[in-house]
Design a protein around this ligand. Structure first.
Ligand code: NDP
Length: 331
């Protein structure tokens, strides 16, 4: 038996609870899996919060064990790629959406989805980073691929006090960029500066409808917010600058014009962590192991138990959770 969070839709309703499940139930729910993991840590991401509250249709199979991220030890493997005792990380691939996930003490997953734990990380630190931090690194890599360098000018990070934003600031500042953090929480200015932000701006300056072309300011943008914020960020991006879009905390809409793209050669890069190819994941995780200051990571991380994850989910959707939440599934 093992503990897990469990989402059900009994007779059109919805319930999220902590349950004791059997290994037989897990095997029956995951017939196509070839690796069994003892999960040590999972995380609470924005998408997990949506699943735990049933606020948007993240879960597409019922009942579901949520948890899009997991880190732990291989117990058994039918794949030659992994052996018992190996330490691994799982992010995305529909886990916690269509396949039973990692907010549980045990999970059965596909070997093709797993990344070997890089040197320099353990389960706790990997899950302090989680999908949010790994996505922040994918955004940084997207800017680099377009040639954005510290000499080009400032980088805007939106949704700054959230998980993606916090890690993005720490990574970009360490790489030598001048980072400007956009937040709705003025009280978190000191926190954002401690992560490496050179300047903190009020997100209200970006969140309302704006002109198609505005004063050029950003060499690059990491946007976790979408909607008018993303449109304004594009309109303020410098000639040939790059905007990496990964989130929708303000909204999924994109009320913009083509002006920044056709008149300033701005590039808008979409960043997806869920189906990202393994080679890019491995690169992102190897870099995260060495380019994220462990002391800063600790500072942005709150570690909670499985029950707390349920309690925190609505707060995360209300934008009240700061930084990252790692979940100790044995708590
Ligand atoms: P968090 O909840 O930790 O952070 C989101 C932040 O967005 C908040 O902290 C807040 O920052 C800001 N925010 C919240 N509501 C609004 C609003 N109405 N208008 C403007 N800003 C707002 O989430 P994550 O950092 O984990 O994820 C951020 C986004 O990225 C989410 O939309 C998530 O779904 C997406 N995501 C996408 C991935 C991908 O693969 N593309 C992977 C991971 C995440 P502040 O208080 O500083 O203003």
């Amino acid at each position: 038996m093992f503990d897990a969070l469990y989402l059900e839709k009994p007779e059109g309703g919805f319930s999220a609870s902590r349950r004791r499940l059997t290994d037989d139930e897990l095997v029956a729910a995951t017939p196509d899996a070839d690796v069994t993991l003892r999960i040590e840590y999972s995380t609470l991401n924005y998408k997990d919060a949506l699943a735990l509250t049933n606020r948007s249709p993240v879960v597409r199979r019922w009942p579901m064990v949520p948890g899009i991220d997991g880190a732990g030890v291989v117990e058994s493997s039918a794949s030659p790629a992994f052996a018992p005792g190996d330490r691994v990380i799982l992010n995305g691939w529909g886990v916690g959406e269509t396949h039973w996930g990692c907010l549980a003490q045990r999970a059965r997953l596909k070997a093709d989805w797993l990344v070997a734990m890089p040197d320099g990380l353990d389960a706790r630190r990997a899950m302090a980073i989680g999908t949010a931090g790994y996505t922040a690194m994918l955004c940084v890599m997207a800017l680099e691929r377009r040639g954005v360098s510290p000499a080009d000018g400032e980088i805007l990070v939106t949704g700054a006090a959230g998980g993606v934003g916090s890690v993005a600031i720490a990574l970009l500042a360490r790489l030598g960029h001048r980072v400007v953090a956009s937040t709705g929480r003025a009280a978190e200015a000191d926190y954002l500066r401690a992560l490496g932000a050179a300047e903190v701006i009020d997100r209200a300056t970006l969140s309302a409808p704006g002109k198609p072309l505005q004063k050029e300011r950003w060499a690059g943008v990491v946007d976790a917010v979408g909607s008018h914020t993303l449109a304004n960020a594009c309109a303020q991006t410098k000639y040939r600058g790059t905007v990496a879009a990964c989130g929708l905390a303000q909204g999924m809409d994109f009320p913009a014009s083509v002006a920044p793209f056709i008149l300033r050669g701005v590039t808008l890069v979409g960043v997806d962590s869920v189906m990202c190819p393994l080679a890019e994941r491995r690169e992102a995780w190897a870099r995260l192991a060495h380019e994220l200051d462990p002391a800063l990571l600790e500072r942005i991380t709150t570690v909670v138990g499985l029950d707390d994850a349920l309690r925190l989910a609505p707060q995360m959707l209300a934008g009240k959770v700061r930084g990252r939440v790692a979940v100790d599934v044995n708590r």
